[in-house]
Design a binder for this molecule. Structure first.
Ligand SMILES: *[C@@H]1O[C@H](CO)[C@@H](O)[C@H](O)[C@H]1NC(C)=O
Ligand SMILES: *[C@@H]1O[C@H](CO)[C@@H](O)[C@H](O)[C@H]1NC(C)=O
Ligand SMILES: *[C@@H]1O[C@H](CO)[C@@H](O)[C@H](O)[C@H]1NC(C)=O
Ligand SMILES: *[C@@H]1O[C@H](CO)[C@@H](O)[C@H](O)[C@H]1NC(C)=O
Ligand SMILES: *[C@@H]1O[C@H](CO)[C@@H](O)[C@H](O)[C@H]1NC(C)=O
Ligand SMILES: *[C@@H]1O[C@H](CO)[C@@H](O)[C@H](O)[C@H]1NC(C)=O
Ligand SMILES: *[C@@H]1O[C@H](CO)[C@@H](O)[C@H](O)[C@H]1NC(C)=O
Ligand SMILES: *[C@@H]1O[C@H](CO)[C@@H](O)[C@H](O)[C@H]1NC(C)=O
Ligand SMILES: *[C@@H]1O[C@H](CO)[C@@H](O)[C@H](O)[C@H]1NC(C)=O
Length: 427
C-alpha cells in the first residue's frame, strides 16, 4: 500500500513538472487568409448566398429545412431575399411572389402537400447568379409543417425561375415535369453553362442535384433554350448517401432526428455541385458521403437511348474530401472549394494534382455546437472573394438530440481567393 502511494505521488510530481516545463503542440484552430464578416442574419434561417457582378447579395431561406421559414401569404416573409444592409434583408424580387395565396402548404390534401403554384416561390434551396449576371431561383416546391414533417411537392412547385437583376423582372420559369422532379425530390443546388455551342437551342444549360433524403437521388440537366429537362445517374452509389453515414461536429455525432421515429442516419444525397472552369466537368458530393465525384458534362447533356449507361460508366471517383454541403470553383486556379465541416474548414481539391488541401480554418466556421451545413452553398464573386454562410444547420431539430440549439445571428463571411481567383465566366 505504501509503495503504491509513493509511486502515485512520484507520478504526480513528474506530471506537474512536465506540465510546467513543456509547451505541448496543440491544434491552432485557424489557418489561411482572414475571414471578413459581411452580414448577420437575425430573422430567417439562410442556406445559400449569391453575389452579383455589382456586389448585390442574395440569400435563400428554405422552408424545407426550417418550419419557421414561413412564406405563407399573410406574414410578409420570404424564401428569397436581397441583403439590404449589414443586418437587414427584404423579400426578393417582391413580397407578392414570396407569398403563395393560402400559404406554401396545401392542407386540403392528405397528407398535406406543397402548394402547386408555378408563379409563386414555395421553398427555395438555392439562388445562383449566371455569367450574364442574371439570378436564378431553384424552388424545391417542398416545405416543412410546423412539427417538422417535409411535405411532398406538387406540380408547379419544383421549378427554376430566371430574373433580370437590372429591373428585377422574371424572364423565364421552367417548371419540372413530375417525371423529372418527383414529389419526393429535393432540388438542391444548380450551376449554369451559357456557352451557345453546347446545345442546339443555343441558350446554355443548367445542372441540378437532387439531394432527396427519401432516396431517388440524381442529377438533372435543363436546356435553357427549350425548357426541356431530364435526369441521369438515378440510383448510382455516387449520388446516394453512404450507408450508416455519421459525421462529427465539435466531437459530437450527427445522428438524424425525424419526428415520431427513432434516431437514425442522415440520408442527404448529391448536394454540393461545382462546374470546372472550362465547363467540361461537373463535380459533386453527397452530404452523407465523404467521396468527391465528377463526370464529363457532355455525358449529362446527352439524352439519347444509351446516354444513361454511358453516363454511369463515365463517373470519376476522386477519393475522400471530408464532409461537405456547398462547393464552388474559380477561374484562375481551377480549384474545387468545398466545406469541410468536421475540420471547421473550407478546403479545395486541385484537379491538376488530384489532392485536397486546406484553404481556411476558423472556429466560427462551426460557431455553435453541432453543425452539418457549416458551409452551405458558396458563391464566388467577380472581385475574387469566396462568400459563405455559417448557418448552424446541424444544431437544428433535424439532428440528435432533436432540439433547436441554433443561436442567432447566422453569419455570412467572405475570404479572399488565392492567386487572384475569380468567378467562372462561361458565356
Ligand atoms: C420556431 O419558432 C418558435 C417560436 O419562436 C420556437 O419556439 C421553435 O423552437 C422554432 N422551431 C424551430 C424548428 O426552429
Ligand atoms: C403564417 O405564419 C405565421 C407565423 O409566421 C402564423 O402566425 C400564421 O398562422 C401562418 N398562417 C397560415 C395561413 O399558415
Ligand atoms: C456595415 O456596412 C457598411 C457598408 O454598407 C460598412 O461600411 C460597415 O463597416 C458595416 N458595419 C459593420 C459593423 O459591419
Ligand atoms: C390543393 O389540393 C387540391 C386537391 O388536390 C387541388 O384541387 C388544389 O388545386 C390544390 N391547391 C394548390 C394551391 O396547390
Ligand atoms: C428587363 O431588362 C431586360 C434586360 O435588359 C430586358 O430584356 C427586359 O425587357 C426588361 N424587362 C422589363 C419589364 O423592363
Ligand atoms: C464551344 O466553343 C468553344 C470556343 O468558343 C470551344 O472551346 C469549345 O470546345 C466548344 N464546345 C463544344 C462542346 O463544342
Ligand atoms: C405532423 O403534422 C402533419 C401535418 O399536420 C401530420 O400529418 C403528422 O401526423 C404530424 N406528425 C407528427 C409526428 O406529429
Ligand atoms: C496540389 O496543388 C495545390 C495547389 O497548388 C497545392 O497547394 C498542394 O500542395 C498540392 N498537393 C500536393 C500533394 O502536392
Ligand atoms: C493579382 O493581381 C494584382 C493586380 O492585378 C497583381 O499585382 C498581382 O501580381 C496578382 N497576384 C497574383 C498572385 O497573380
Amino acid at each position: 500500500m505504501r509503495t503504491y502511494i509513493l509511486a502515485a505521488a512520484a507520478a504526480n510530481i513528474l506530471l506537474c513538472s512536465a506540465q510546467n516545463s513543456a509547451q505541448l503542440i496543440r491544434d491552432p484552430g485557424v489557418y489561411g487568409p482572414p475571414l471578413e464578416l459581411v452580414h448577420l442574419y437575425y430573422d430567417q434561417f439562410p442556406t445559400g448566398i449569391a453575389v452579383s457582378s455589382t456586389g448585390r447579395l442574395f440569400s435563400n431561406y428554405p422552408g424545407g429545412l426550417d418550419p419557421n421559414n414561413t412564406n405563407n401569404g399573410s406574414n410578409g416573409r420570404y424564401t428569397i431575399a436581397e441583403l439590404t444592409g449589414n443586418t437587414t434583408e427584404s423579400a426578393y424580387p417582391s413580397v407578392a411572389i414570396n407569398s403563395p395565396p393560402g400559404g406554401a402548404i396545401n392542407y386540403t390534401t392528405y397528407p398535406p402537400s406543397g402548394a402547386g403554384y408555378s408563379n409563386y416561390f414555395i421553398g427555395s434551396q438555392s439562388i445562383v447568379i449566371d455569367a450574364a449576371n442574371r439570378a436564378w431561383i431553384l424552388d424545391t416546391g417542398r416545405v416543412e409543417t410546423p412539427n417538422g414533417t417535409l411535405v411532398p411537392a406538387s406540380y408547379g412547385g419544383p421549378k427554376l425561375v430566371g430574373i433580370h437583376l437590372n429591373n428585377n423582372t422574371i424572364f423565364q420559369t421552367i417548371v419540372f415535369p413530375t417525371t423529372v422532379a418527383f414529389s419526393d425530390s429535393y432540388l438542391n443546388d444548380v450551376r449554369f453553362d451559357l456557352r451557345p455551342n453546347i446545345t442546339a437551342s443555343g441558350k446554355g444549360v443548367a445542372y441540378i442535384t437532387d439531394s432527396s433524403v427519401e432516396g431517388r437521388n440524381g442529377i438533372i440537366t435543363v436546356d435553357l433554350g427549350t425548357g426541356q429537362s431530364w435526369r441521369h445517374l438515378d440510383g448510382n452509389m455516387a449520388v446516394r448517401p453512404e450507408s450508416q453515414w455519421l459525421a462529427y461536429l465539435w466531437g459530437v455525432p450527427l445522428y438524424s432526428f425525424n419526428p415520431g421515429r427513432p434516431f437514425g442516419y442522415s440520408t442527404f444525397g448529391a448536394d454540393g455541385i461545382a462546374l470546372s472552369a472550362d465547363g467540361a466537368t461537373l463535380y459533386w458530393k453527397s452530404v452523407a458521403g465523404r467521396y468527391l465525384y465528377s463526370i464529363p458534362t457532355a455525358r449529362l447533356r446527352d439524352n439519347s437511348a444509351t446516354s444513361e449507361v454511358l453516363a454511369q460508366a463515365a463517373i470519376n471517383n476522386h477519393g475522400q474530401t471530408g464532409i461537405t454541403d456547398g462547393m464552388e470553383t474559380d477561374m484562375n486556379n481551377g480549384f474545387i472549394y468545398h466545406g469541410n465541416m468536421e475540420q471547421n474548414a473550407i478546403s479545395f481539391y486541385n484537379p491538376a494534382n488530384g489532392t485536397d488541401s486546406l484553404f481556411v480554418r476558423d472556429p466560427r466556421i462551426n460557431w455553435v455546437r453541432i453543425q452539418r451545413d457549416t458551409v452551405d452553398t458558396m458563391s464566388v464573386s467577380t472581385n475574387g472573394y469566396l462568400y459563405f454562410t455559417c448557418n448552424q444547420l446541424a444544431f437544428g431539430t433535424g439532428f440528435y438530440p432533436g432540439t433547436d440549439r441554433r443561436q442567432k445571428p447566422f453569419a455570412l463571411f467572405r475570404v479572399k481567393l488565392p492567386n487572384n481567383g475569380t468567378k467562372v465566366i462561361l458565356t
